[in-house]
Ligand binder design. Structure first.
Ligand code: 5AD
Ligand code: SF4
Length: 462
């Protein structure tokens, strides 16, 4: 029967339990949304093993950092934290320090050289955390960095650590098979595998039943999600099929997803988005570069022209669809012309937002092995700054077009700048700020945009 799940623990409390008698774990999360969700899986496993979460590091007997390796500066930050954890160990005997996630997978035993770390666990080893922790002694730190071809934590109900109880992440797959030449993720998170769709739907439904109004489906490349049903090929599910299954849970549950890949995003996905009001009209579609020479070297497997065609398709089927991207400045051998191509590309598409980075060589990647990291730091920084400035202008331009438009917004919180205002996102992912008018977090409201900055749509209730 579809939907049947073996050994399912989904009946559990999805919020952290508070029990003063339990030993305490403190979890710090770095990096992407996937890591945020992994920390929730880790907490679920540790709660079952008798731990309770604390937000006060000074009362934790176990301190975990869930880490990121995507750029060197992310790792440098963790090394700095490890030095601060050393002080915790000095002050409080018996405190255990664990480094988990991508940096654990990449550096393995090297993390033990610090003589601070008691536990090193990679992204596929979280089920073994309770056993590893039991075995820790001052002289025997524990390590498990085995990657798996099957692990999706499908049966584990994450314990939600978000503050607002409105929006939650659901991992639909793990790993990545793309091997873009600059990227360390395929090495730290292993091969791609898709999670049983019925466990995904069940998790989303449970969130909705607990008051959540939005789920964000996560994968390194959601467009290559593919579930092969063990019993019948007729029941195989691709990403469009999964979106539809989750969208049907309730019109009151919004669906977002990230990250899409320009080479894989299909017409079927675009039409499915258009078909369901509750699938948010926003696509995060990392381009990385506007130069075909760079895209080729990055092994992205699409061209500038291909990407532009995908954008045209998206905009013709879903007018007003929010489109955001990632851009890398100063990749190996990037010429001034390549950089200009990125700028002209960004101008042509006019993205609603972008995450922009300067290239950081990652040991072991194809680029590190094959291409010299030959763009001087000051050139990378200057190019990045130019890209950021251009995106600021594009974001403003895109937001100005919204003035007078109406949006249904899901309220996520109180505005930081003004206690009497609320904020939330429109379907296209733009942040709207508006007077509270007695409304509450978790409600849907309709607003009209009255003015804007490059980051926010200033709105009024209608
Ligand atoms: N250097 C800089 N940025 C990188 N990204 C991935 N690897 C690197 C790297 N080595 C960026 C890409 C990706 C985002 C998650 O991080 O833009 O889409
Ligand atoms: Fe890295 Fe490319 Fe996979 Fe994204 S798709 S995680 S950039 S290898």
């Amino acid at each position: 029967m579809p939907g049947q799940i073996m050994n399912c623990d989904m009946e559990k409390n999805i919020r952290p339990i508070t029990d003063p008698s339990r030993p305490k774990v403190y979890i710090e999360t770095y990096g992407c949304q996937m890591n945020v969700n992994d920390s929730e899986v880790i907490l679920s496993i540790l709660q079952d093993a008798g731990y309770a979460l604390t937000e006060n590091i000074d009362e934790a007997s176990l301190i975990l950092a869930n880490t990121c390796s995507i750029r060197d500066n992310a790792e440098q930050r963790i090394w700095g934290r490890i030095e601060q954890f050393r002080l915790q160990k000095r002050r409080r005997e018996g405190v255990m320090i664990g480094i988990v996630g991508c940096m654990a997978e990449r550096l393995k035993e090297k993390l033990l050289d610090s003589h601070v770390v008691d536990l090193v666990a990679g992204p596929d080893s979280y089920r073994t955390l309770p056993d590893l922790i039991k075995k820790i002694t001052p002289d025997s730190p524990q390590i498990n960095v085995l990657l798996s071809h099957e692990e999706t934590y499908a049966d584990i109900s994450p314990v939600r650590m978000d503050r607002n109880g409105v929006s939650a992440f659901i991992s639909i797959m793990r790993g990545c098979n793309n091997v873009c030449s600059y990227c360390v993720v395929p090495y730290t998170r292993g091969a791609e595998r898709s999670r049983d769709p019925y466990t995904i739907v069940r998790e989303a439904r449970e969130l909705f039943d607990n008051g959540y109004k939005e789920v964000c489906l996560l994968g390194q490349n959601v467009d290559s999600y593919y579930w092969k049903d063990p019993d019948s090929a007729d029941r195989n599910v691709n990403f469009a099929g999964l979106l539809e299954m989750v969208a049907k849970i309730s019109p009151g549950l919004r669906i977002r997803f990230s990250t899409s890949h320009p080479k894989d995003i299909s017409d079927e996905v675009i039409y499915t988005m258009a078909m369901y009001d509750n699938i948010c009209k926003h696509i995060h579609l990392p381009v990385q570069s506007g130069s075909n020479a760079m895209l080729e070297k990055m092994r992205r497997k699409y061209t500038r022209e291909w990407y532009l065609e995908r954008v045209a398709k998206i905009r013709s089927v879903i007018p007003g669809c929010g489109l955001t991207t990632d851009v890398i400045a100063g990749f190996c051998g990037e010429t001034e012309q390549d950089h200009r191509d990125t700028l002209s590309f960004m101008e042509e598409v006019c993205f609603d937002g972008a995450f922009m980075f300067q290239y950081s060589e990652r040991p072991g990647t194809l680029a590190a092995r094959k291409y010299p990291d030959d763009i001087p730091d000051e050139v990378k920084t200057a190019r990045l700054n130019e890209i950021i400035a251009l995106q600021g202008r594009m974001s403003l331009k895109s937001n100005q077009k919204e003035i007078g438009n109406r949006h249904v917004v899901l309220i996520e919180g109180v505005s930081k700048k003004n206690q009497d205002e609320l904020f939330g996102r429109a379907s296209n992912n733009k942040v709207c700020v508006f007077p509270s008018g007695g409304h509450r977090i978790g409600e849907y409201v309709t607003v009209e945009v009255t003015s804007c900055t490059s980051a926010t749509l200033i709105s009024k209730l209608v």
